[in-house]
Ligand binder design. Structure first.
Ligand code: LMR
Length: 395
């Protein structure tokens, strides 16, 4: 038994994180996974999160959550995304295992109940999108998103691919701080994209994993999503609290579907619960209790927004310093795209071979698409990383 089972390939992101953990070199650098690190390279538990945990210690029990999760958390989470005046009476929302779980529940819902089985994701996108939606039985295609020759958004290619997709396709859009490119459409570009989406009656599926990391202001980062909501487009939203609350291991997020009215919301809620129950029964409690506790307390909420902004600020500073350090190392390449990109990543434009050299010769662990998690840079490793990048990209 099991003799014919072939080994599975390592994950394109988490497999590299594993290789980093196994590496024994003293000078190893982890710029692979999109996870915030402080200026000493350490994970950071937000003080507002710690305060919430202290409050919870005396008040929370360990009972199961309902299938759909903690509804008080879900309401807070949806207001965080859709805005304080969000019409919660017609948004069906369930708590999920972070963004991955949200995409999976949403994909299953589409697979069972939406007429089109086509979903288009950007090229490039977070690698797991392809696998998640394929596992849901959807046909996953791509639309052009990023022009590697200019290192900028490929607006014309994107418009063309959205126009050429079958009517009513699902279009996966990153709500902000596109992963891996750090390149978002401008307001004017959103105008053009939404025009085509409306003409073609496409269904928008937003993935919001970095709200707060694009501009440092979580409210401002929701503007594309809120604009689509206000314009009355049909849409789904996968929301993650991994990055902006630093709750990576707590697996905390939501999946929501905007409905016509409250009656439709009730029906969709019943179906979303039917999807969740045989998959994992009900979601874990700790992370959602943290988010609910923080967002239920005015002072903790204000503190939280500042802490989120401080993470975005540090990343933004390191982004500029990386470009400077590359110049200081003697690089004459145009790295202006790195300064212009936003969010947690620099999409450098390096080839897979260059990335392999960085890993094999310099013990710098990054994904093979040339993406660097800026949060992994600090005073101690910045010069080393810049010199190594210069040496693999020079000539
Ligand atoms: C990333 O892109 O590095 C993160 O979203 C972590 C993950 O699960 O891949």
């Amino acid at each position: 038994i099991w003799r014919d089972v072939p080994p599975g390939p390592p994950d394109a992101i988490l497999g590299i994180a594993q290789a980093f953990r196994e590496c024994t070199a003293e000078n190893k650098v982890n710029v692979c996974v999109g996870a915030y690190r402080d200026e000493k390279g350490q994970p950071w538990v937000l003080p507002s999160v710690r305060s919430a945990e202290e409050i919870m210690l005396s008040s929370e029990n360990k009972e199961y959550l309902p299938i759909e999760g903690d509804s008080a958390f879900v309401n807070k989470a949806l207001r965080f995304a859709y805005g304080a005046n969000a019409p919660l009476d017609r948004i069906a929302g369930v708590q999920t295992l972070s963004g991955t779980g949200a995409c999976r529940i949403g994909g299953e819902f589409l697979s069972q109940f939406y007429s089109s089985k086509n979903i288009l994701v950007p090229d490039p996108t977070w690698g797991n999108h392809h696998k998640i939606f394929k596992e849901c039985g959807l046909t996953v295609g791509t639309y052009r998103y990023y022009d590697r020759s200019t290192n900028r958004l490929d607006l014309q290619g994107m418009l063309e691919d959205l126009r050429n997709a079958p009517d009513g396709s699902t279009i996966l859009l990153h709500a902000c701080a596109h992963n891996p490119t750090g390149c978002d459409p401008t307001d004017e570009q959103w105008d053009q994209l939404l025009d085509v989406i409306r003409q073609k009656q496409h269904l928008i599926f937003f993935d919001s994993a970095y709200q707060g990391f694009a501009s440092g202001d979580a409210e401002a980062d929701a503007k594309a999503l809120r604009r689509v909501m206000d314009a009355g487009y049909p849409m789904l939203l996968a929301q993650s609290f991994a990055k902006n609350f630093g709750l990576y291991g707590e697996r905390c997020g939501t999946l929501s579907v905007v409905c016509h009215d409250a009656a439709q919301k009730d029906i969709l809620m019943s179906q979303l619960k039917c999807i969740v129950r045989p998959m994992y029964s009900s979601p874990p409690k700790h992370g959602s209790s943290i988010v609910r506790t923080v967002l239920s307390d005015e002072k903790l909420t204000q503190q939280y927004y500042q802490e989120c902004a401080s993470m975005a600020d540090r990343i933004q500073t390191m982004r500029q310093r990386l470009v400077q350090a590359l110049q200081d190392a003697g690089s004459s390449h145009d790295w202006s795209h790195i300064s212009e990109q936003i969010g947690m990543f620099a999409f450098t434009g390096m080839s897979a071979e260059m990335c392999d050299t960085l890993t094999d010769q310099y013990n710098i662990f990054l994904t093979r698409d040339g993406r660097i998690s800026i949060a992994g840079l600090n005073d101690d490793n910045l010069g080393y990383v810049a010199k190594a990048i210069h040496s693999v990209t020079d000539g």
